[in-house]
Design a protein around this ligand. Structure first.
Ligand code: MG
Length: 177
C-alpha cells in the first residue's frame, strides 16, 4: 500500500446494492397514472412505493452498487432524504451521478445483474423497456444489462405485497488511461 493509504488501481471492481421500499395504496388525490415506478417504467398499479424521491428501488440499488464498487459514499449520504431538493426526484439522476463519479475515478461499466423481488405485478411485459432504460443510463449496450423479476412466494412482507426489494451486482472495469 502506498503512503497515502491508497492501493494500486484495480483492473476490476465489484459492487453490490440493495434497496427496499414499502408499498402503499395510491392516494385518492394522486394524478391519474400514478403507480409504482420500477427501473424508469411507471406501471398502472393501485400501489406506489413510499419514498422521498420517485421511489424507484431499481435505480436506487443500481446507484448504490456503482458507488459501492468505487468505494464512494452511498446514495443516502449523497442525496439525503431530508433535503427538499430530492423530493419527488426522478431517480435516474442518482444513477447518472454514480456513473459520472465512476468515470471520474477511471471506471466504466462492465456488466450489471439486477433482481427485483415483487409479488405483483409481474414484470415480464416491462422487462425489455427496463433493460433499455438502464442500458441508456449506464451508456452500455443492453447485452451488458440483465434484470430478473421474482416473487417472494407469498411469504413475509414482500410476499404479501407490502414492499418491493431489489438486489444489484455490478462489475466496473478500469479504463485505459
Ligand atoms: Mg430507495
Amino acid at each position: 500500500m502506498a503512503e497515502n493509504g491508497h492501493s494500486e488501481p484495480l483492473p476490476y471492481r465489484i459492487g453490490h446494492g440493495f434497496d427496499l421500499h414499502r408499498l402503499e395504496p395510491v392516494p385518492a388525490d394522486a394524478p391519474s397514472g400514478a403507480g409504482l415506478v420500477v427501473c424508469g417504467v411507471r406501471m398502472s398499479t393501485d400501489v406506489t412505493a413510499v419514498g422521498h424521491s420517485d421511489g424507484d428501488a431499481v435505480y436506487h440499488a443500481v446507484t448504490d452498487a456503482i458507488l459501492g464498487a468505487i468505494a464512494e459514499p452511498d446514495i443516502g449520504q449523497l442525496f439525503p432524504d431530508t433535503s427538499p431538493k430530492w423530493k419527488g426526484a426522478d431517480s435516474s439522476i442518482f444513477v447518472t451521478e454514480a456513473v459520472a463519479r465512476a468515470g471520474a475515478a477511471g471506471y466504466g461499466l462492465g456488466n450489471i445483474d439486477v433482481t427485483v423481488v415483487l409479488e405483483r405485478p409481474r414484470l415480464s411485459t416491462h422487462k425489455d423497456r427496463m433493460r433499455t432504460n438502464l442500458a441508456a443510463l449506464l451508456r452500455v449496450g443492453a447485452d451488458r444489462v440483465n434484470l430478473k423479476g421474482k416473487t417472494h412466494e407469498s411469504v413475509d412482507a414482500i410476499g404479501t405485497g407490502q414492499a418491493i426489494a431489489v438486489h444489484a451486482v455490478v462489475l466496473m472495469i478500469r479504463r485505459n488511461t
